[in-house]
Design a protein. Sequence first.
Length: 294
Amino acid sequence: RLAVVGSVNHDVSVLLARRPGTGETVFGRRVLTAVGGKGANQARAAAWAGARPLLLARVGEDHGPAMVEELASCGVETAGVAHDPSVPSGTAVITVTDDGENAVIVVPGANAELTPQEVLEGLRGRLGAGSVVLAQAEVPTDAIGAAARAARDSGARFVLNLAPVVPLDPEVIALADPLVVNQSEAAALLGDADDGAPPTDAGALLGRARSVVLTLGAGGAAVATAQEAWTVASPRVPVVDTTGAGDAFTGVLAARLAEGCPLRRAVDDATLAGAAAVQVRGAALPPPSAETRR
Ligand code: ADP
């Protein structure tokens, strides 16, 4: 069993030649909408890998019902998603210029109202040894803390994607097995100790969590546990859009751990999923192949 505690956003992407300056108006080429947010993206990636993740999240009544329906159609269990009539859904406004670069504004909306009580309620009776609870940091820190402690108290494994880096109780981070971060998040956590060079050593963060997975973009991933450390290379693939690579990686990692795979095997499959995600536009993944859905 995999439970994902995280955000759901209504993503509005505008494709345009260049962004307007202050007070300026420009024409965009197209508007695309999608269900996004790290919680939704990672739950969808886990479902893509064959898991049936339980998503605990909060949405508004505006886009909420449609977003939940779409996630359910992807294989995500959505009964634990709360519908809040008093706030708008989380929204991300994304501009994508022709060179593929994006700039993003996130308005948390309903995600900011997710409570520790509803996380505990949603997880009650659903976890046991071998279960995995996955959280990211686009929801309130006390909700993340509740998820971590519920995992610990039921013998489940807690996987934390500390994205973005928020001030989280070190005791909560210490429960992470693994802590998953990309290089900029690792740099923020380490306080730029390494003259600003992007960190490549997962072991540098091992004192903070039970195990650490550091994603290295096209460079793959570095892993450190109390027993050993290793790296996994990424396959060389044509890049269309790197949005969502980290979400695909983390969702598949958690799905494999929940199946009982060892960390080594889970990271190998996560690396393949990250490489698959960069070959398609947006945070989506290509249709599952026989190799990815087992
Ligand atoms: P984020 O998306 O959070 O910035 P990364 O850029 O580190 O995180 O990407 C996460 C994972 O996605 C990497 O560990 C790797 O497996 C895969 N990945 C990312 N970029 C590429 C790429 N250009 N080629 C192949 N795999 C990639």
